[in-house]
Design a protein around this ligand. Sequence first.
Ligand code: ASP
Length: 402
Amino acid sequence: MVIGVAWAFFQKPFPELASFTTDWIQPLGRIFIKLLYLVAVPLVFSSLIVGMGSLKSVAELKSIGKHTFLIFLTTLVSATIVGLSLAYIISPGRKIEHLAVNQTVSEKISSFQHAEKSSETFIGAFSTLLPDNMVHALSNNSMMLQVVLIAFLLGIALSKMTGDAKNKILDALDAVQSWFTAVIHLIMSFAPIGVFALVAALELNSEVLLSLGLYMFTVVLGLSIMLFVIYPLCFTTLGKTKYTDFFVKSRAVLLMAFSTSSSNATLPLTLNVVKEKFHVPDNISNFVVSVGATINMDGTALYKCVAVYFIAQSLGVELTLAQLFIIVLTSILSTAGAAGIPGAGMITLVVILQTVGLPAEGIVLILAPDRILDMFRTVVNVAGDISTSLCVNGLAQRKNTA
Ligand code: ASP
């Protein structure tokens, strides 16, 4: 990223270098983006169905399931509200007068602004989201939310099935998920070159850099509010855990989440700490932590809201209330569909951009600082799972003593 920034500034006075960048470096960035697109549909599709399909425990653990999902949903909605409010107040993208975009991008922006006027009501916007052809939706990158909705439908149906067929489907999709996770690792090994190429080809100036700094500040501030204000409100009241106790006992997990940027990689340690240090019983900790590692990603949802707002602002697009509602909805749904691996949030960000009709190329802007922000948001994702385990346990104890 640093080399990319240096290149972008260095090439400015030399026209020959600029054409070298366009002909040789920019395509590398495009390849990287295309590879990310390539895996988005199968990854979201398989991990969401596996996540929903294996929820037979919801029936078994009726009240645990209900409490868990209620808390997941409440914190997810809070995260999107915190993210959008901060993005609105700080407005990191406003600093950029006009981001240099190519013609196709400008065309997409104007068609977006045009389309925006036709969908005025929430229900109207939602009715256009529903797909009527599964194969068409699955083969179309711009219909990612439809893919998520289909996966939800298939996943819920699968969770209601019993017997051999269900297990076969789950095993197969689980294998597909691991397969695509391996593909992501491969693609991510190309990330340094991809990020360099994308940044080097950007028309960087101090305005853009200042905005990126402000954008990072907005995301980190939002994440801090979740970690130090919203979660403590939950675990000190419902979870009967002291403020400092939470951070002292979960310190190792949060550090692990920070350094791996992966909720999945942190999962064994999270489980261990929730059981051993917070003394949450097995039936609650196993359920909340493992489902939470994929579904409950407040940090990722918050980051996506700020990122979409930032991208829209820097492209000079005003978002309507209906659009904001769609951003919240898609952030929550696509976050549930994101695997707990490095960069998953950024990949599923494409879902939101395409759903609200913003050019997915906008992702170029926020790619550069993504690795660092991934570390911070993963900490919040994992802290959310611990906090929810404590709350569900607190509620279960209350019920038992009542
Ligand atoms: N890295 C995050 C996690 O594993 C997901 C993301 O936001 O990219 O929780």
